[in-house]
Ligand binder design. Structure first.
Ligand code: SF4
Length: 196
């Protein structure tokens, strides 16, 4: 006896050629058989399109992140499908949710375990500013314990907003000088958080 339900009875073939986009070339000079650009432009291009996010999700904003990773929004389109839970292998810390003060040292330890270069997104009102939880027990923004590169507003932010935050990080990565992490300005920033 045949099953009552049939799937994909009229599959539509994927139009790969018209639906895939190639990352734009960095600025440079090209001619017959050559292309010349700056090393940091090539490094920025590679880094920006292969971000490995570490989701640090403590509450409802994490659910929006799950939707962002799902097939409809599909963060993989930006080269960020490799979500990792080992800080040593990730370069983008995505903090999503209410961070209690007790959790602050844990968050900082995760940040310290990440190798440079590393970036941080505060996703949602709670991670950015404590949100509606103006109480004795909640950290009023993760930038009290670690430096933040991009803040995503909303309670919760929609997946489009999270994707926009990732794209802002890509812009930062594209334009970051290779020597920034060794600069006095960056060292002073880390020292202001007690990080050597
Ligand atoms: S910002 Fe809003 S949705 Fe996000 S963790 Fe806080 S209360 Fe939940």
């Amino acid at each position: 006896m045949s099953r009552p339900v049939q799937y994909n009875v009229t599959p539509i073939p994927a139009d790969i050629n018209n639906s895939l986009q190639v990352a734009p070339m960095p600025k440079g000079h090209s001619g017959e058989g050559f292309f010349a650009t700056k090393l940091e432009s090539v490094v920025g291009l590679a880094r920006a399109n292969s971000i490995w996010p570490l989701p640090f999700a403590t509450s409802c904003c994490g659910i929006e992140f799950m939707a962002t990773m799902g097939s409809h929004y599909d963060l993989a389109r930006f080269g960020s499908e490799r979500v990792g839970f080992s800080p040593r292998q990730c370069d983008l810390l995505m903090v999503m949710g209410t961070i209690a003060k007790k959790m602050g040292p844990v968050l900082k330890q995760v940040y310290l375990q990440m190798a440079e270069p590393r970036w941080v997104i505060a996703v949602g009102a709670c991670a950015s500013s404590g949100g509606i939880f103006d109480t004795y027990s909640v950290l009023q923004g993760i930038d009290q314990v670690i430096p933040v590169d991009v803040y995503v507003p909303g309670c919760p932010p929609r997946p489009e907003a999270i994707i926009d935050g990732v794209m802002r990080i890509q812009d930062l990565i594209h334009n970051e000088p290779l020597r920034r992490r060794n600069s006095d300005h960056y060292k002073a920033l880390l020292e202001s958080y007690g990080i050597q």
